[in-house]
Design a protein around this ligand. Structure first.
Ligand SMILES: [Zn+2]
Length: 181
């Protein structure tokens, strides 16, 4: 028997499904051929790996125990703080960008303060006295941006107060009102 005709038979040789004649011929070749014998050993290893799949033994109360454990955990809370962290991040990034732009233009910090105050005054004037206030004097883009950012900051503070102070009180009020009924 040649190696080329022995190799395709090794699978069934291991399974023991060859004809008696093929079995004895293959066995005879394997005794004389180290290459095919090594191939047979590799096949045995692969078979051993395939047929020894490990199935863990579960305790009888596995499902009940898992469900009990799940129920004893605190209920997950919705991510309330995600919005606030986003607002804070946005404001911080916007302020840093605006300050960087301002300082990059060669201005000093005292001038920045003056510009900020001027911009806020200009914006306040514009809001109280109509849009005409912004038109004359041609405020610099940085001044306008810082003014807008200041308003952003004020709005964010107002929203935070509404959310963290007014809302809990309103909720408590509603709860006591529904208890009174
Ligand atoms: Zn061989």
């Amino acid at each position: 028997m040649r190696c080329s005709s022995c190799e395709p038979l090794l699978d069934r040789f291991l399974e023991g499904t060859l004809t008696p004649r093929e079995m004895s011929e293959t066995a005879a070749h394997l005794r004389s051929c180290a290459g095919c014998a090594r191939l047979l050993e590799e096949l045995k290893v692969v078979d051993a790996l395939l047929f020894t799949t490990y199935v863990p033994e579960l305790p009888r109360n596995f499902t009940f125990a898992v469900m009990a454990e799940t129920l004893s955990l605190p209920a997950p809370k919705p991510h309330e703080h995600r919005v606030w962290s986003f607002v804070a991040l946005y404001l911080a990034a916007a302020w840093i960008a605006a300050l960087a732009m301002f300082l990059a233009s060669g201005a000093s910090l005292t001038k920045l303060g003056a510009t900020l105050a001027f911009g806020l005054g200009r914006l306040a004037h514009a809001f109280s006295g109509g849009a005409a206030g912004i038109g004359h004097g041609a405020p610099a883009l940085a001044t306008f941006g810082l003014g807008v950012l200041s308003i952003d900051l004020a709005l964010a503070c107002a929203a935070a107060v509404l959310y963290f102070v007014v809302r809990p009180r309103l909720a408590a009020h509603l709860a006591s009102a529904s208890e009174g009924q």
